[in-house]
Design a protein around this ligand. Structure first.
Ligand code: 6R9
Length: 644
């Protein structure tokens, strides 16, 4: 049905775009034919102390070795700061919009450079050296970006831990990467509430004895205990520090950061990114995918605690000399019009958010959007999970008034940046499809045996060859890196996602492969059924999981959240089953529907299907770790009202 909807490239976007359809074609061909030549040119987008002469040296076989630009020398902070000083020292680099709509701030490139150097010098004075790991546990404040860049400046490897994580999660991450320094704040602010960061950090530090110092940003001014000899106020140590700090020369393959990410099994993995390839990829994708143009205001709503914040609030935009907006708050505080009010206030041109936010806002109707202007918007983007065509079209029609192309960007912490995505000036859009691989990305689909599928097909999404932004290893556990990503389909990077490729070669991500159902021998993406359910006018959100079924192997269990004001009833359940049968086919009929006032989500907004599968399977004694849930009470409610 939605496969037929095509939205052509807008002439007004194509005009002056970085990459039009012809250029996209040419780039794709060149990057495949001559990766060394192509990436040698693209590498010039960042600042090198010694430009690389060796470009690609990668193997997905055996030990899996990934090296890009390996004889190049650079410092990431120079690309983001120093080289902009002459031309745009007085241009705003970061706009900060507070949780409270009356608080904001602007920091120029010159200011940011000085702040980064001061903190870098202060860290050096504490004995932090190249290669040391520094953990950041911070709210969405300017100091987060300053701290990341200050680490980069002195060659320290940052590990950002999302400010919503518990003391336990923070402790295990501190210990795993053996951080000696933690940078945190007294408190954070979100949706009108305070987040007790320093108190959490103190709790975590009881089990992370390797941490010698804690730098504390005074953010809210809340009373927090400071431990003599260990804890230092950020403002005190930076005030005294010199405002110039020579950037540490780094090899292209020296680590830039570690970011922990959850897998389907085991403890979180420390995804390691290195300096040269990551910076090239962040800059390349930010420029082309958002069609970023000189002087534009760009806003990514992610938290810096996730990879999206790393690549698309800090490194990509700043490498490109952009003005990047950083938002401390949430979409519905003080009210559900906030995103669009911020867009109008700062005249945002490019807006990048998550499908879960779009669906939540869609549920509240058009009025909160329509009371704002949004005339500045030119490009919209989404990331994080499959976007159902229903939400895509609402975003397109209501938020963007059919003026702004939507880039549905598929990528992962592991990929460093976008890998499958439309380009606004080049790609005909189809609502719900992440469309085509970027030039330089060799995507493919394989069946269960690893056989590469041709043409129209559905299978496991793999990437056949390396791209510069790829993760290099799991920190201190290269074997786990090989096992997780290269063992399932030897010689290929396995994403863990499933996808369908249509007759035009467009990719439709169906969700994690562990979410793919097999019902009576038919394979179905849970995202597909969810999308059908959400397309019903009364449904706000849906999550579908498999449940054990005697006859079909797996049955379909759907959790459904209704729009505000809709009443659950048995008649409505029947109606939804009939609706899904009509939308997809009888094989997709839900076997059970449970009304869900809320769904268990991680703090980054991802639905925790693991928990939903357990509830559906009536294995509620063994729910596993629920500590990363945004609201654990949701789970109790669901258990109580489980169906069947
Ligand atoms: C960037 C980010 C990665 C997983 C990935 C996939 C899902 C991300 C998506 C998408 C469909 C998109 N995902 N973007 N699914 N369409 N545009 O989210 O990284 O937190 O590591 O998650 O998110 O399942 O495998 P990360």
């Amino acid at each position: 049905m939605t496969d037929d909807t095509r939205i052509p490239v807008k002439p007004e976007i194509a005009k002056g775009t970085w990459v039009d359809a012809a250029r996209f074609q040419a780039m794709t061909e060149e990057a495949a034919r001559d990766p060394d030549g192509f990436w040698k040119k693209e590498a010039q987008r960042i600042a090198w102390m010694k430009p690389p002469t060796r470009i690609k040296n990668t193997s997905f076989e055996g030990d899996v070795q990934i090296k890009w630009f390996e004889d190049g020398v650079l410092n990431a902070s120079v690309s983001c700061l120093d080289r902009h000083l002459e031309k745009r020292g007085d241009q705003v680099a970061l706009i900060w919009e507070g949780d409270d709509p009356n608080s904001d701030a602007k920091v120029t490139y010159r200011d940011l450079h000085a702040r980064v150097c001061r903190l870098a010098n202060a860290m050096k004075a504490l004995g932090v050296k190249k290669g040391d790991r520094v953990t950041l546990y911070l709210p969405m404040i300017i100091e987060s970006a300053v701290a990341m860049l200050a680490c980069a400046r002195i060659g320290a490897v940052h590990s950002v831990v999302f400010g919503g994580f518990s003391p336990d999660s923070l402790a295990s991450r501190l210990v795993d990467c053996e951080s000696t320094l933690l940078i945190t704040a007294d408190e954070g602010r979100r949706g009108g509430r305070k987040v007790a960061l320093k108190t959490n950090a103190d709790e975590a530090l009881k089990s992370a004895p390797g941490v010698k110092n804690v730098i504390v940003v005074r953010n809210t001014g809340g009373e927090v205990p400071m431990q003599e000899g260990r804890d230092l106020w950020y403002h005190e140590i930076t005030e005294a520090a010199p405002r110039n700090c020579e950037p540490e020369p780094m090899n292209a393959e020296d680590p830039l950061f570690i970011l922990y990410t959850s897998g389907s099994t085991g403890k979180p993995k420390g995804v390691l990114h290195t300096t040269g390839g990551y910076m090239v990829w962040a800059s390349y994708t930010h420029q082309y995918v958002f069609d970023y143009r000189e002087g534009e205001i760009y806003w990514c709503t992610a938290d810096v605690g996730w990879v999206t914040g790393h690549s698309y609030i800090v490194y990509g935009p700043l490498a490109n000399g952009a003005t990047s907006l950083m938002f401390e708050g949430v979409p519905n505080y003080p009210d559900n019009s906030r995103f669009w009010q911020v867009v109008d206030k700062h005249k945002v041109n490019i807006f990048y958010t998550a499908p879960t936010a779009i669906r939540a806002l869609m549920r509240d109707g058009d009025a909160p959007v329509k009371k704002t202007s949004r005339k500045s918007l030119r490009i919209l983007g989404t990331v994080g999970e499959p976007i159902n065509p229903e939400a895509w079209l609402w975003y397109y029609r209501v938020v963007g008034e059919e003026r702004c192309p939507i880039v549905d960007t598929w990528w992962q912490t592991e990929t460093g940046g976008h890998v499958i995505t439309p380009l606004p000036g080049a790609t005909v859009l189809k609502p719900g499809s992440a469309t085509l691989p970027l030039p330089g990305v060799q995507a493919g689909l394989v069946d269960g045996e690893g056989k590469l599928l041709e043409g129209e097909a559905e299978g496991n999404l793999v990437i056949l060859d390396s791209w510069p932004g790829q993760m290099r290893t799991v920190y201190k556990d290269h074997e786990r890196f090989i096992q997780t990503y290269f063992a399932t389909f030897p010689g290929k990077y396995f994403s863990g996602d499933g996808a369908r490729r249509d007759a035009d070669g467009y990719y439709w991500i169906t969700g994690r492969v562990d979410d793919v159902l097999n019902v009576s021998g038919h394979r179905m993406g849970t995202a597909e059924i969810e999308s059908a359910l959400v397309a019903h006018p009364k449904v706000a959100e849906a999550a579908v999981v498999g449940m054990p079924h005697d006859i079909k192997g797996q049955g379909i269990y759907a959790y459904v959240t209704l729009n505000a004001g809709e009443e659950p009833s048995d008649a409505l359940k029947k109606e939804l089953v009939a609706w899904v049968r009509r939308e997809i086919g009888p094989i997709a009929s839900p076997d059970a529907i449970q009304w869900a006032p809320g769904l268990p989500k991680t703090r980054s907004g991802k639905i925790m299907r693991r928990i939903l599968r357990k509830i559906a399977a009536n294995e509620t004694e063994a729910l596993g770790d629920t500590s990363t849930l945004a609201d654990p009470t949701v789970v109790e409610e669901l258990i109580e009202n489980r169906v069947g």
